[in-house]
Design a protein around this ligand. Structure first.
Ligand code: F6R
Length: 607
């Protein structure tokens, strides 16, 4: 994930900024750069490669000046090249910015700026903001006001640091849905994506909230609100983490950090340029046969997609596991295959793309890693912008793919006249609300999930069950459990119970039921019946429901309480993240190597 650092200091900053870049390397990146005000103008150096390589080529340390901004880029818009790496300068070179996140309206703003004669030298959304700043400054003639107004023109998620010749002693920084922290020390103040950037210099930090901006110079700082420029009083926090803990954002493992990253990554997925969603929907609508393909977790994502296409577009889009795809699917030119891959390098999925293309099928993909093999192989690719996933097991990348699929399914539903625009808008709003309620769930339920994981620590066999869309969620959740705890956890459709599985139910068997929302009528009731079948044979039942759902609570031995605002749309997603947490805490109590489970690799590039 991209990393921002900025310093305003009494002393030369190049060495210190370089150190900040190195400190943020752990976040994952493909290029880096730095901009420093040398007393007359802003000098900018950047390139592709790791910090050491780029420093060797660009000689950052030779840059002169007491104030500067720097960035490690993890590509989300535009390929990995020097032009796309940060910082980005406006046409006059007077406004230079670094940015994390995605501006969802950058194409519209780009068109407006082009009409005014602005030129663009990269494929990034960030360069648009540099020029929006320049144009806004021309209009209002005051840097702080221009910054506030320019920020209000931007939609999407962002953390930004700005350096400008119009006020070259100060750094301007702002955030929305992307983290930004301030570091305070004697004679130098910092802004960064996380405290690792400056932890060797200071542990005194201030956390910026959404729609707050900071102005810093070497002697002090102010924090204000974007909406009206009013002061926002902040508390200085002294962080006590060691370096390793700090790299995980204070979390004990990357898996936990990545679970907690999800509100942000879901928002990024919701902010993806709607034209990309349209392109995919168009392709799906045009072809007579469509398939969703992935392997492991991404196969389960593909399965979730099948339910969404049926639900919103009345379209059957089968999900096939990448490894089975070549032997299973007859190919022709009137078909389209949508692939899913976090890494973009998975061998089985690459082979499936090869097979599809050889058979004349149209191909597209949702991929997390820009520049990866699969993203280059397919004709159309959406980069999900979830940031690097470091834990071997996939959490945030999978959920983001589901959110993207949701939007594609809605768009296909509209095109096929299976869905009214009003209903599609309601569902989209619901997904946005889910991004916010996720924070509440993660914060409020963690304690209980941890406790239950401790209580069930001796359980050896798990069945994870669900119906409809809850079935692939049960499969995915069982996979998570297997991966991190090494226990037997089997995912299956709840309807299978009486067709065989009931034979193994006794008082030692624990069943986790993914329960539909009560508003889902028959689906909800038949899932409750399946729970009853297990209870009648003394099996243990754990499920998910809201606090006012008495019948589910009476039936189950344990219940994960969902917020009352859960709806048919957010209900399965809330259960998915709680199941991730449950696997995490189960493995934690077992003392296992959660981020690197035995026998597994993050990117399976061989067959
Ligand atoms: C499960 C997991 C794997 C991957 C699978 C595909 O937690 O991480 O099952 O989902 O290996 O990997 P990508 O998505 O990189 O193609």
């Amino acid at each position: 994930m991209c990393g921002i650092s900025a310093i305003a200091s009494h002393r030369a900053v190049a060495d210190n900024l370089l150190q900040c870049l190195q400190n943020l390397e752990y976040r994952g990146y493909d290029s880096c750069g730095m901009a420093i005000f040398d007393g007359r103008q802003i000098k900018l150096r950047k390139n592709v490669g790791n910090v050491e390589e780029v420093n060797a080529a660009e000689r950052f340390k030779e840059m002169q000046g007491h104030i500067g901004i720097a960035h490690t880029r993890w590509a989300t818009h535009g390929e990995v090249n020097a032009a796309n790496s940060h910082p980005h300068a406006s046409n006059s070179n007077e406004f230079v910015v670094v940015h994390n996140g995605i501006f969802s309206n950058y194409q519209v703003l780009k068109g407006q700026l082009e009409a005014k004669g602005y030129q663009f030298f990269s494929k990034t959304d960030t360069e648009i903001f540099a020029n929006v700043m320049e144009e806004t400054f021309k209009e209002v003639g005051d840097l702080e006001l221009a910054f506030r107004q320019a920020v209000q023109k931007m939609e999407g998620s962002y953390a930004i640091a700005l350096l400008s010749t119009k006020d070259p002693q100060r750094i301007y920084a702002v955030k929305k849905d992307s983290p930004l922290v301030i570091g305070l020390s004697d004679g130098a103040n910092y802004v960064a994506s996380d405290i690792n950037a400056f932890i060797s210099e200071t542990r005194d930090t201030i956390l910026l909230e959404d729609y707050e901006y900071a102005i810093l110079d070497s002697a002090g700082y102010q924090v204000k609100r974007v909406v009206d420029g009013s002061a926002s009083p902040k508390q200085v926090i002294r962080v006590q983490w060691d370096r390793q803990t700090a790299q995980r954002g204070g979390f004990s493992h990357y898996m936990l950090k990545e679970i907690f990253d999800q509100p942000q990554t879901v928002r990024s997925a919701l902010n993806i340029d709607s034209r990309q969603i349209e392109t995919f929907a168009e392709k799906i609508t045009q072809k007579s046969r469509n398939f969703c393909v992935g392997v492991g977790t991404t196969y389960y994502v593909a399965m979730i997609g099948s339910y969404l296409f049926k639900r919103y577009a009345d379209l059957y889009v089968p999900a096939i596991s990448s490894d089975e795809f070549p032997s299973l699917i007859p190919l022709d030119e009137d078909m389209h295959v949508l692939f899913f891959s976090q890494s973009g390098e998975t061998y089985d999925t690459r082979m499936a793309v090869d097979a599809a293309q050889k058979g004349g099928a149209a191909t597209s993909a949702i991929v997390n890693v820009v520049g990866s093999s699969i993203s280059r192989q397919v004709e159309d690719c959406i980069f999900q912008g979830s940031g690097p996933e470091i834990c071997v097991v996939s959490t945030k990348a999978a959920l983001s793919q589901v959110i993207l699929l949701w939007q594609i399914a809605l768009a296909v539903g509209l095109k096929r006249n299976q869905l009214a625009l009003k209903e599609a808008t309601r569902i989209r709003d619901e997904l946005s609300r889910f991004a916010n309620s996720m924070e509440q769930i993660l914060n409020e339920e963690s304690g209980f999930v941890r406790q239950l994981a401790l209580q069930t620590n001796k359980v050896q066999n798990w069945l994870f069950m669900g119906k409809d869309i809850y079935y692939p969620i049960a499969l995915e959740s069982a996979l998570k459990m297997k991966e991190v705890t090494y226990l037997h956890a089997e995912g299956l459709p709840a309807g299978f119970l009486k067709h065989g599985t009931l034979a193994m139910v006794d008082e030692n068997l624990y069943c986790l039921f993914f329960l539909p929302h009560p508003s889902e009528g028959g689906l909800y009731r038949s899932s409750l019946s399946a729970m009853e079948e297990v209870k009648a044979r003394k099996g243990k039942v754990i499920t998910f429901c809201s606090a006012d759902n008495q019948e589910a609570q009476e039936l189950a031995d344990h219940v994960f309480i969902l917020p009352s605002q859960a709806t048919a749309e957010s209900n399965p997603l809330m259960q998915m993240i709680l199941a991730q947490l449950f696997s995490y805490y189960s493995a934690l109590h077992l003392g296992l190597n959660i981020d690197k489970p035995r026998n597994l690799a993050k990117s399976v590039t061989v067959g």
